[in-house]
Design a protein around this ligand. Sequence first.
Ligand code: 5GP
Ligand code: MN
Length: 337
Amino acid sequence: MSISNNERKAIVKICEAIKEHKNFLLTTHQLPDGDGLGCELAFLRILKKLGKNVVVMNEMPSSKIYSFLPGYSEIFTPDSYSKEILTPDVSIFFDCSTKQRVGKVVSFIKDSLLINIDHHTGNSFFGDINLVCEKRSSVGEICFFIASRLACIDKDIAECLYVSILTDTGSFRYNFNSETLSVITRLLKTGINPEEIADNVYNNNPVETLLLLGHALVNLQFDPEFHIAWTILNQSIFKKTKAAEQDSEIVIDILRTIEKTDFVFLVKERETEIKFSLRSRKRCNVRKIAEYFGGGGHDNAAGFSLKNIPLDEAVRKFLRYLRENKDSLCADGLTKV
Ligand code: 5GP
Ligand code: MN
C-alpha cells in the first residue's frame, strides 16, 4: 500500500504526539456520521490500549444504529461532560474541514495540541498537525495507517474503521479505489464480520425514520425545467414522526437514487437554522454551491446552513440562486428535462 511522503510525515508526527502526551480529547463534526464516529471509537480503543486517558465528545448524539460499535456508550456531549474528567493535552479532530465544525466542543479543547485528520477538499489546515488526504475515501482509511504504525489494530478497532469506510463510500458505491480495498482486506483479516456489520448499519432503522422517509417521499418536488429534485422536512414532521435528525440520513441517500438527476437536495428545519444537504453526480460540483452559502463538503456531497431565515424563504432563496446560476452549476450547465 502506498502512502505519500506528506502523509507519512504527518503520521510520524501524530504517532510522536501520541507517545509524548497523556490526556486526549477526540471529536468530530456536528451530527456525527459513520466516518467521524468510527474514527473516534477506533482511537478511543487505540489510546486506551496505549495507557492514555481519553474522552470522546461530540456536540450532538449520533444515530443509535452505531450503538453496536465498541465504546459507543462512552461518548460525551458537552452537557453530559464535567470538567474534572479530563483536561486534554491533545485534541484530535476527525472529518472536520474547519475547527468550527465541532460546534460547542471547541470550548473544551483549551490550549491543547490540535491534530486535524480529514479528507475534505478545502480543509482550512486549522491544526498544529494536519493530516489531510483529499484522495482518501474516508478518514477511516487514513486512520488505518496511523493505527498500523502504532501496531495496535485488533478486531474492535478494525470494526470501527470498517464502518468509517463502509459508510463514507456509500457501501462501496463511490469515492473509493484499489488502495481503499487494500485497507479493507487488512481489516477483514482481523476476523470482523462484514455481513453482520452491514446488517447492523443498514437493517436497523427505527420505525420513526421510515415514517419520516415516507413523508419526505410523498412531498418530493421536481424542477419542471431541470433535473433537480428536493424535499423538505419541517419541525412539525420531526415532532409528528418522533424521528431524530441523526437518523435521517437515509432520506438524502434515497433521493440521490433518482434517475438522471444532476443533483438532489434535502432541506431540514432545525430550531435555530435551516440545514441543506446536497448530493450530485460527478459532473455537478455541489461543494462549490455549498461554499457559496458558507458551508462545504465534498464535490458530490456537501451541505450548509442558513440562520435567521424562515424555512419557505430559505428554500426560495436557494431555488432563485440555482435559476440565476443554471449555466455554471454543472459542467456544460444543468440538464434540461
Ligand atoms: P451532510 O449533508 O450529510 O450533512 O454533509 C455532507 C458533507 O458536507 C459532509 O462531508 C459534511 O461534512 C459536509 N457539510 C455539511 N454541512 C456542512 C457545513 O455547514 N459546513 C461545512 N464546511 N461542511 C458541511
Ligand atoms: Mn468523511
